[in-house]
Design a binder for this molecule. Sequence first.
Ligand SMILES: CC(C)(COP(=O)(O)OP(=O)(O)OC[C@H]1O[C@@H](n2cnc3c(N)ncnc32)[C@H](O)[C@@H]1OP(=O)(O)O)[C@@H](O)C(=O)NCCC(=O)NCCS
Length: 224
Amino acid sequence: MPEVPEVGDVGDAGIVLLDRFETAHGVCAIVELTDERVAAALARLPAAEQALALGLPPARRRELVAGRAALHVTLGELAPEFKDFPILADDRGAPVLPAGWFGSISHKGARAAALIAPAGDARVGVDLERAAPSRQDIARWILTAREQETLEDRGRGATLRFSIKEAIYKAIDPFVRRYVAFTEVELVVTDGVAHVTSELPLAIETTWREHGGFWLATARAQLR
Ligand SMILES: CC(C)(COP(=O)(O)OP(=O)(O)OC[C@H]1O[C@@H](n2cnc3c(N)ncnc32)[C@H](O)[C@@H]1OP(=O)(O)O)[C@@H](O)C(=O)NCCC(=O)NCCS
């Protein structure tokens, strides 16, 4: 199993820990895994996770391995007794952590982020997106009419809101267990947080930051 690396180190699992920090919704680790290191990182995961990864095509395999490695970095630090715990997926695709912990994963290219929080009434979600305009104009697909009217920057502003809504989805899916359209939640984005309104029976809070050219969004949801 991976040892807990220092920020900036290539850990023994072949991942580079780019950063690790606390957020309002849990501890977040960001890692980088290049193609040439996937085999080494895969070999250090628990056997059941290796089996999960080996059933995937190469690009998805790298994503899964990077995301799991990021989760293990954080779990290994917060709960070392679970360092060999295989993190599989539930029937909705969410990672299943050992008792006492909830977590979430996101990946983008060689980079992955994981968020871990103590289990309780709330669930958490994380998302990583490039902090750049997307190739297509996504604003009209993912934003409500009111969000579009108040959007100052349809490029980066839209990808930021996309990221926040994806983090929200990961936090709320364990409660609603259905696809939630992007326009079912409405955001008012201010410095580092977005205020959320929706008709869902959930209290939802979010944070966001720009991290090394990426948006990093977190969310926390619980029943109202
Ligand atoms: C599931 C979804 C959020 C994944 O987002 P993505 O940008 O494609 O991919 P990311 O890399 O950020 O996240 C992938 C990870 O999400 C996690 N995930 C998948 N399904 C999930 C679910 N139902 N609940 C929580 N987490 C889930 C997994 O950990 C997955 O990584 P892994 O398979 O390697 O473990 C997205 O594809 C989706 O279906 N969204 C639904 C609509 C939506 O987001 N609505 C927003 C309004 S609230």
